[in-house]
Design a protein around this ligand. Structure first.
Ligand code: CS2
Length: 494
């Protein structure tokens, strides 16, 4: 019998309830082929699950994960042999599986050398990343490295002991080059536009600030495989953990909760070898960009719009926001009328994709907080909403719903909600964004003008284009005057 104090581990694995799926391989026999930077919930519910399937037939692709900041994930996983539960939830119930593909977790700030030496292991063929948009230390409007970023400045002052993602990648690649070890392939798995070329450029630009030869090496000899990743993974709550532990009969300190849907499209660019990703359901393509664009504009653009408007209207989760017919209609129309016409993805049925997204957003078993998705909007807006807006403006098309999404972000980052309460805005620019609203005295026209001048988000073109600034300012004025719910209702009943 298990007791609730027993920990999930190799030893207790055999005692779990029968309907909990277990690894189809012996995790002790797995070799490391991948180092992954940023072992958060998303990685654990997405790439690590594909690799867990793959290890059953090819045990050389185990993952060593790294946390670039905090030790909490390592502290949770080390006492349980790196095992954790993935709970797949839908209206039909929950399915549990135990994942064992992450064989070790390193904590970069505790021992940067250990991470760099793992990245230099000749058996490691891939370094993948989920470090969130802001982890790439770039300017979101242009996609270029932000050489003024404090982490970049610190790494440039001490390039042999880096802490940022670009710094770690370039230093590990330099060491491999100097030791005559072929470079690993870099595989970004974050929601950046054209994440392959963007991350390649950021790395080359960083290297160029160290030396020209290194930059040329990164540019010419290092492969970056872009990916489109998709699975909704809300932050795990204490209630989730309690429920999952009760079903397992043992303690898992940090399980993950996700939806049934999962998709991974990978650019086939791995000159020094890769696992057979396709054998476990990933799609290998020559160019991932059309898929990324589709996903960023349709899914993430809708998500951010729902997050800001939903939060302002007092809805805690995406599914609660979607349960309001006006919001559901808005997001359907946003995709049909304003996003789909900007997309051209060979073989994709975009209306079917839209309908599937609407169903996924409704999933009542996922408590995906609007506040969570609202985070880091300054880093997300360009690829989620502004790219679509630029394409439509160029074609002379209206942008009413997209403009409302942008205005809702503005209203949100003022830091004060519709009832006058403080919003806990999480964003690298949060302090500056709040100051802009305060200085503008929360007058909609001035607030909009202040935000439109934030060039890291809007570039310089949009600020000067009245086809953009007028609808955004009008939408912000409406949000201030009537609130989110009434503004959404008015827009969809036009
Ligand atoms: C979300 C994404 O938090 C967010 O910003 O929009 O994490 C989203 O859930 C994933 O991209 C889905 O694949």
């Amino acid at each position: 019998m298990n007791s609730a104090d027993d920990r999930l581990s190799f030893e207790t694995l055999g005692r779990l309830p029968e309907d909990v799926a277990r690894p189809g391989y012996d995790p002790r026999q797995v070799a490391t082929g991948i180092v992954h930077l940023g072992v958060g919930a998303f990685h654990r519910a997405h790439q690590a699950v594909y690799l867990d399937d793959l290890l059953a037939t090819d045990p050389q692709w185990g993952i060593v994960g790294a946390s670039l900041r905090r030790p909490d994930m390592r502290d949770a996983m080390a006492p349980q042999d790196g095992l954790y539960a993935v709970a797949v939830r839908s209206g039909e119930g929950t399915k549990l599986r135990i994942v064992a593909s992450i064989r070790d977790i390193l904590v970069a700030p505790e021992d940067p050398e250990a991470l760099l030496s793992a990245m230099c292991d000749p058996n490691v063929k891939i370094v993948s990343l989920t470090v969130t948009e802001k982890g790439y230390c770039h300017d979101p409007a242009t996609g270029d490295l932000n050489a003024e970023h404090p982490d970049v400045k610190a790494d440039l002052a001490n390039p042999r002991a880096p802490t940022s993602a670009p710094g770690l990648l370039v230093e590990a690649l330099r060491r491999r080059r100097d030791a005559g070890i072929v470079p690993f392939t870099v595989m970004p798995c974050d929601n950046l536009p054209a994440n392959g070329p963007t991350v390649h450029r950021i790395m080359s630009q960083y290297a160029a600030l160290i030396d020209g030869e290194l930059a040329r090496f990164v540019e010419r000899d290092v492969a970056v495989a872009g990916t489109m990743v998709d699975r909704i993974v809300p932050a795990t709550t204490d209630a989730d953990t309690d429920e999952i532990c009760a079903t397992l009969g043992v303690k898992d300190a940090w399980p993950v909760v996700t939806e049934p849907f999962t998709q991974w499209v990978i650019e086939d660019r791995f000159p020094t070898g890769r696992p057979d990703f396709a054998s476990v359901g990933a799609e290998m393509v020559p160019d991932v960009e059309p898929y990324e664009r589709m996903k960023l504009r349709m899914l993430n653009g809708s998500h951010s719009t729902l997050a800001y408007l939903g939060y302002l209207a007092g809805y805690e989760t995406v599914s609660k926001t979607m349960a309001d017919p006006a919001f559901e209609r808005l997001v359907g129309e946003l995709m049909s009328e304003e996003v789909i016409p900007t997309l051209d993805v060979a073989g994709a049925d975009l209306p079917a994709y839209r309908d599937a997204l609407i169903a996924r957003f409704h999933n009542p078993a996922l408590k995906h907080r609007t506040w969570q998705i609202a985070m880091d909007g300054s880093q997300k807006l360009p690829q989620r909403l502004l790219g679509t807006i630029r394409d439509r403006l160029e074609a002379g098309q209206p942008i009413d719903r997209l403009a409302l999404g942008v205005a809702a972000w503005m209203r949100y980052v003022t830091g004060v909600d519709e009832k006058g309460a403080t919003i806990d805005v999480k964003d690298p620019l949060a302090v500056r964004l709040k100051a802009i609203a305060d200085e503008a005295g929360h007058q909609p026209d001035d607030v909009a003008a202040g935000y439109l001048a934030v060039s890291e988000v809007f570039g310089r073109d949009l600020r000067d284009n009245s086809a953009f600034t007028v609808p955004v300012t009008n939408a912000l004025t409406a949000l201030y005057a009537r609130g989110s719910a009434a503004t959404v209702t008015a827009l969809v009943s036009k």
